[in-house]
Write a protein that binds this ligand. Sequence first.
Ligand code: ADP
Length: 798
Amino acid sequence: MSLTCKQLPLSDQALLYGNLISRLTDAAVFLIAEDGCILSWNPGVERILGYKEEQWLGESVHIIFTQEDRALGMPETEIATAIRAGQAPDIRLHVRKDGTVFFAEGSLVALRDESGKLLALSKVMRDVTRRKERELALRDALAYTESVVNTVREPLLVLDADFCVRSANRSFYQVFGLTKEGVENQRLYDIADREWDLPELHQLLEEILHEQESVEDFELEHVFPGIGSKIMLLNGRKLLREGTKTTSLLLAFEDITERKRSERELKENERRQAALVAIGDQMRETGDIRSLIESSLEIVVSTLGVSRAGYGTLDAAGENLTIEGDRGDGTVSSIVGSYRVEDYGEGFSGRFKRGEFISISDVRTNPTTARESAHWEALQIRAVINVPLLEHGRLSAMLFLHSSAPRIWTESDMNFVRKAVDRIWSAVERDRALQELKASEEFTRSILASSPDSVSVMDLDGRLVATEQADGKVANPESAGASVSGYWARSWGDSRDEAEAALAAARGGQTARFEAVRSTSNGQPKWWEVVVAPIYDGRAKPVRILSLARDMTQRKSAEQERERLTGDLKRSNEELLQFAHIVAHDLQSPLRGLSGFAELVHRNARERLSQGDRELLEGIVESAKRMGRLVESLLRYAQVGKGDLERARVDMNDVLEAALGSLQVQLEERGAAVIPDSNLPAVMGDSVQLVQLLQNLIGNAVKYARPGVRPEVRVNSVEKDGGYVFSVADNGEGIAVEYQAQIFQPLKRLHGSDIPGTGLGLAVCERIVKRHGGRIWVDSEVNAGSTFYFSLPSVPVT
Ligand code: ADP
């Protein structure tokens, strides 16, 4: 710039400038000499730099430079530049009088006269600290923003109000596989061959620009070229640049494809899981199995979004398939009916017959002939899943899914189908088993109804499976299906504990029985014999409990009657014995008197009596003696049962010796021989009674000898059942078989009065043996001899 002015005279110009400069308070204007000495002052110097005129003039311009600039020779460089180039503009830090620094923008201008001689240098400077600070802050902010934008992982776009891309970050190019050239300054809708020209995007951007300022979490699903199907989450915001009033849009993208996909998968899985549960529930219900299957198929159709689901059975030859039932989504018709397996094509029918799991995504691309695919398509089938049901290794039925459009079956689809089919088939099997069980239970029930026993069958949980009611039988619970075991046990009243124990035993595979009183269905109390037994399945596992109550009232009352009679008999026997004892005892003394007096008369008056009278008198004496013996025997018999038995260790050799002592006269009279075959054992018993026992038996053996045969008696013993059996064998006349049982009865005799006897000897023997806990019996042959046996307990080992 030149200071020359053509219009005004030079003096006026100088005056004008002086005036102007003195008014400039927001700029420091001053002159310096070539050596840097300050030559002039204006009020701006004091305002900006803090120097008064007298402190200022004559100083070196160095004072306003910072230490660093001075060290770098900046004042000199600036002057040199101004001299050389005419002016030296700069923005730098300067120092005030008080030492503080500030940013100044200024220019040093060389002033020359017309000849070009340097007059002075003029400096104009302004405090631009605030502007400078703002600029720096802005620059920092921009750098910061740029680094943020570029480091943000999500793709970002900045668009202008015409939706032209102003800038995009690195991530945007990377994620969408685009280049800067192809994107920047292009309309968003035009980039990548108008691939971004999406109605949803139009709507979103218009909304941000004109209505909402910002939009959050806008989902955009699109097949982007090169990167495939993606789900993007868009966040957009309108940015207004202050001052410039220009509008731009910031658009951030987040790729949520994976997250969304796994969310969808999770949801789909949940839905399928719920469908399986629903099928399970459905199939657990009771009712017609066909309609249960069909409503489960409906669930399959809606869950997998297939066109049709159904089931069919195969004939034994494997040639014909009967579709028993199906359910569709409303777009296809039912195909219930019969079909020839071979019509489905060789490949399919072969695999089908082998019982393979088959999935076909498109029947057209599956190797089939035109005729075969026409067969499929006539049934509106393009894609298939076929699940076989094998029974004993043979295909017997199948469940299928059809899609009228080609469909790629996923692993999850097939898993779902397998699980659904498992549930359906197991219900079918259960239903079949149940039908069989019902039939067999029906059969059992009809048999049971004709049995006189009261029967009920429970399962192991105590639920009633079968029962029958009839008058005169036990009133069984009727509520089939309910748990009745508790009720059943209680119904046995006082025998409840036994009933419960029997149930527990049956559950464990044991049969138990008990007796109890309970009323019949018509209220009549009866005695029952109850048998509780397990019923087994084919694998010998208890599955049911059978309870069988048999009316034993009659048997029980007969038993009770017998017990009562036996008791009565025992009592009257005892009373009789007591009476016999008293009578025998009381008879003894008059009898002794009678026989004494008769003998006295016989002795004193024998001579005076006629022969006839004498014989009569002798008869009286003899009868009295016999009666005396009878009374004595009777007493002895009655005696045996009285009082407690004296039990001690008794040596039977001693017993035999004592018995033989008492029989001595008799034995000698008959010339009898008594031979103990072995050394006899010791027993537990009453020695007096045991002597009596042997004495009676040996006495009889001698008494009933055969005429003309010398009596021989053998006494022996053998060990048996922890005790001993003794025998007394004779060679006498023997006893006919028909009398052998009778001879032990009191007063029973087989002989007349020719052989003296009372008929009580063997009765006494039997009582003695019985009291010792043993038994007596005879084995005999007429004209050969008799052997009397008796058993006695041995001495316990101490
Ligand atoms: P008693 O000998 O007093 O008649 P028992 O009670 O001892 O009474 O015997 C009953 C009957 O059994 C006898 O009358 C006799 O006929 C028959 N008897 C007993 N022992 C023998 C025997 N060893 N041999 C043949 N008969 C016998």
